[in-house]
Design a protein around this ligand. Sequence first.
Ligand code: C2E
Ligand code: CA
Ligand code: CA
Length: 438
Amino acid sequence: MPVDRGDRLASAASYRSADAADDPALQALAEAAARALGAPVAGLSLMGADEQHYLARVQVPTVVLPRHLSLCTHTVSGGRPVAVGDTLADPRFADHPLVTGEPHLRAYAGVPLFGRDGLPVGSLCVLDVRPRGFGAADVAVLERLARAAGELLELHRRDAGAGLAGRDVLAESLRLRRAVDDGELRVHYQPVADLRTGRVAAVEALVRWQHPEHGLLPPARFVPVAEASGLVVALGRHVLTEACRQVAAWRAAGPGTAGLRLAVNVSGRQLAEPGVVGTVHRALEEAGLPPGALTLELTETALVHGGDVQPALRELRAGGVRLALDDFGTGYSSLAYLRDFPVDELKVDRGFTASLGESARSVSITAAAVGLAHELGCEVVVEGVETPAQLAHVAGLGARYAQGYPRAGAGAGTGTGTGTAQVAPSSQPAAARGGASR
Ligand code: C2E
Ligand code: CA
Ligand code: CA
């Protein structure tokens, strides 16, 4: 199938923005190519519409080359290796200014660099100033090195997507690892109000890092690093165990909280971990909580990037644990997930709640989510309910559960973020009102 030029350029651009140009590992791959093929010149580059951008160079004097001067353009647009033992004997190269003039490049071998979508985004090439032969084994070496380069680029792209570009992920992971071991993680609890009873039905556990120098860090500051390094598995186990213990204690504390439920966020990486089902049940058993007291909250990203998580999810659900689709409405194909992935609960993203007063579209989407959830037999939790007006709006749309922080002056202050005092029974644990830590 011919490669669509626009698709290819968009793919290449996505790797360029990941800013991999200073990665010594990419430089090592270019040097390995030169060494393996005994060539004086090598380059690893991404191909833009008008320019070739080098990420790693051996004896290449420039970082950016105008495309009409690039020898790799055939390799990239063709999407297959090009090996030319004598450039003067090949009509594609014979008139090329870098062949006819300085530095008189006489031999070229290049292989495409493929992105995750299978499109050629750039190339790995070697060049020589003397004519020479290139064998199949040479091309195979280049292809192996280019594959490794492609995987590195993909890591850079993921880091950039997770907001980690330019951050020292390794150092931060090591620091976070110690934080987990040293007990610097805290769990805060945000209440979910049942609008029918006016009581707190559940709490969502939200992790924090009590950093000795930087203070209390929100999850956005360290969960992406935990995801990238795999530490999120240990982190998630800690949150789950701690939250089960805390909620069991609140349930035991009074009749008003005997049925309190717990929601815990899980990432795809956690669900893909062998033994995750056992981990969840162990946490419940140790705390003395029934499986039905726990809801695991997943995002579509967790479902897409978590590997094969379906078997674990099915097993957990069969064992009585509830599942929620988090951030509903923000992804790109929520409805497809609902077809393949049975959930007990939809959580409508707080972005919609914030604009309920101003945006008719947000009202429509929230109303549709409520209707859809009920059609599918699941509950709806609307997030980010901060004001009495929002609460009234949400209740009017037929949602049963509301979650959020009260805004100063919006309500009695003892509420659950729904702005009313009666929502939280006086026996409600303090932590469920203000989000205190353990
Ligand atoms: P989320 O699961 O969508 O959690 C809801 C986030 O929205 C929380 O932010 C919560 O504090 C905030 N929020 C909810 N209602 C309101 C409101 O009325 N007003 C305002 N201003 N904010 C509200 P937080 O705690 O920063 O968590 C951010 C995200 O971090 C969570 O989004 C979740 O995806 C992730 N996260 C939190 N804890 C964990 C954890 O233990 N494990 C994993 N894997 N992810 C976690
Ligand atoms: Ca959540
Ligand atoms: Ca959410």
